[in-house]
Design a protein around this ligand. Structure first.
Ligand SMILES: *[C@@H]1O[C@H](CO)[C@@H](O)[C@H](O)[C@H]1NC(C)=O
Ligand SMILES: *[C@@H]1O[C@H](CO)[C@@H](O)[C@H](O)[C@H]1NC(C)=O
Ligand SMILES: *[C@@H]1O[C@H](CO)[C@@H](O)[C@H](O)[C@H]1NC(C)=O
Ligand SMILES: *[C@@H]1O[C@H](CO)[C@@H](O)[C@H](O)[C@H]1NC(C)=O
Length: 497
């Protein structure tokens, strides 16, 4: 009842339906009610209210998260984690030893050093990438107007490119799931009651065997950064090089065409590159064609800049269901999410909330310390959400979180996700991939886990469209919010450049 009142209050207070403000998540029959529901509901209300507030000053960020902290599987008993939480007390680093990184309390929303970091190396087009069998670098990318869709907006579907990519869905049985309203449980009670059978991650952390959600080896951290290349990505790359750590970068197509040299630098320095959509929408809200457009244009942008096409992707906000999953797999992209473990929550650093002004630097580092404490209790390694689009999140990563992980006791091994998962680097790109049953084929893949392959004998490249185009951008509050805040962010970012 109390929770319900809060939900109503929240709805009244906030005109946005932001991904992490979904206390209703906990109310559905197939989800376990968590002991912390009231406190998480109130913190959602707080963060939602301040997200709305910061949106009005146009410097808010698109948080890449969800409240799937309240997942279904529990791998550690409450008693065990209570016992351990007493032991795991690590001393938080409060002042970075890395030059150019402010003290923790000084890392706040809107913080700007005024410095930007252009790509430091100019790579020759003949340079050989550090991936065996990959083609040499293409000539440096030059943006041409009219060739690329509008940035930060889901690309139109009536183009030749999207129509030809739709043929990749032939032979796949794409589940006939209606698009969600905004990717959150709260807005779609009927769909959320059915979240397990939809395989909907944002609504209960439902995953499928085809998803990559952790690193198999205990005490291994699959390091990744989302949403770039950004103005501070090179600062992160400099640090990663100095400590000899490689990571996976989930890049946004709209950013790739903006900072192609930074993407080249990531790839040539030995980091893994993966698809993170064109405009960062909640993919479950889109039609099949729009999902194809989001993934296809990003794939194409990456290919034109570095000469290879990734075979993996990460859905923004983790918003995936069996329809999005099947379309991604049909397009040769294996979904990678991040680790959730029952009551231990979602392994999200919430660094984006510091950028958005809804968490402080010390809270974020504490959160990460909890993640490492909990990660030493589970049987697998972990994948953790972090971002490279903002100066705040880059400073938190290089000054604090990556340092903490390297100095942790017990020690963590830091690797990019493909490597920690045991995927040969060559298989991470279509052009160098030598495994004919990878990513997955249209004849053998059982997307929803019901025991039969999700194939179809009819080829329906034009018939794959089943969705009306309602429920899309024009009436989608979350998408408007996303677009709006990205526009704000672009304006904000351009003042720094
Ligand atoms: C499966 O995909 C291949 C291309 O990868 C295509 O040639 C074939 O027609 C598809 N199978 C069906 C049943 O559509
Ligand atoms: C696990 O995370 C929870 C909060 O998410 C925290 O309270 C707890 O201390 C963590 N456990 C360890 C061992 O750090
Ligand atoms: C090829 O990929 C499949 C997964 O699709 C995997 O099970 C298999 O081990 C891979 N083979 C090699 C040689 O890496
Ligand atoms: C679809 O998958 C089944 C296995 O579940 C297989 O027997 C059948 O040949 C496949 N159909 C096509 C058209 O590939």
């Amino acid at each position: 009842m109390k929770l319900h009142a809060l939900v109503a209050l929240l709805a009244a207070l906030s005109t946005t339906a932001h991904a992490h403000s979904q206390p209703e998540l906990k109310r559905h029959a197939n989800l376990k009610r968590q002991t912390t529901s009231s406190s998480s509901a109130s913190s959602s209300a707080v963060s939602s209210a301040s997200s709305a507030a910061s949106a009005t000053v146009t410097t808010s960020v698109t948080g890449s998260s969800s409240s799937t902290g309240t997942a279904v599987v529990s791998s550690v008993s409450t008693a065990a984690s209570a016992a351990n939480s007493g032991v795991a007390a690590t001393i938080l680093i409060e002042s970075a030893t890395i030059s150019g990184v402010p003290a923790l309390t000084a890392i706040t929303s809107g913080m700007s050093s005024g410095s930007t970091f252009a790509a430091t190396t100019t790579w020759a087009t003949t340079a050989s990438p550090p991936v065996s069998g990959a083609p040499s670098l293409p000539t440096p990318f030059v943006y041409s107007e009219g060739v690329w869709p509008t940035q930060d907006k889901t690309p139109p579907t009536d183009t030749d490119e999207v129509q030809s990519w739709l043929a990749e869905l032939d032979g796949w049985d794409i589940p006939d799931l209606e698009p969600t309203t905004d990717g959150t449980c709260a807005s779609d009670p009927t769909f959320s009651a059915d979240a397990a059978s939809r395989g909907w991650w944002t609504c209960g952390a439902h995953t499928r065997d085809t998803d990559i959600i952790n690193c198999p080896d205990k005490l291994t951290w699959g390091v990744s950064f989302d949403d770039g290349p950004g103005p501070y990505t090179q600062k992160l790359l400099n640090y990663l090089e100095s400590v000899d750590i490689s990571a996976t970068f989930f890049v946004v197509g709209s950013r790739v065409i903006e900072r192609p040299a930074v993407l080249v630098e990531e790839y040539m320095s030995g980091h893994e590159i993966s698809v993170h959509t064109w405009a960062h929408p909640h993919l479950t809200t889109l039609t099949n064609e729009q999902i194809v457009a989001e993934l296809g244009w990003t794939r194409k942008a990456i290919k034109e800049v570095i000469g290879v096409t990734p075979t993996t992707m990460r859905p923004p906000y983790g918003d995936i269901d069996d329809r999005v999953r099947a379309i991604s797999l049909a397009m040769g992209l294996i979904p990678i999410i991040w680790t959730t473990a029952g009551t231990l929550g979602s392994f999200d650093t919430f660094d984006w909330e510091v950028a958005a002004g809804t968490k402080t630097g010390p809270e974020c580092v504490q959160e990460f310390d909890n993640i490492l404490g909990n990660a030493s209790d589970i049987d697998t390694g972990i994948i953790v959400l972090e971002h490279d689009l903002y100066e705040v999140t880059v400073d938190l990563a290089i000054g604090y979180n990556l340092e903490t992980a390297q100095n942790y006791n017990p020690a963590f091994t830091l690797k990019p996700i493909g490597e920690c998962y045991g995927i040969p680097t060559t298989d991470l790109y279509r052009e160098s991939n030598t495994n004919t049953s990878f990513p997955y084929t249209n004849t053998t893949t059982d997307v929803n886990g019901d025991g039969t392959a999700d194939n179809t004998t009819t080829t329906t490249s034009s018939g794959t469209s089943t969705r009306s185009s309602s429920g899309v951008l024009t009436i989608n509050v979350a998408s408007i919010y996303t677009t709006f805040s990205l526009v704000g962010l672009m304006a904000f970012a351009s003042t720094l450049l």
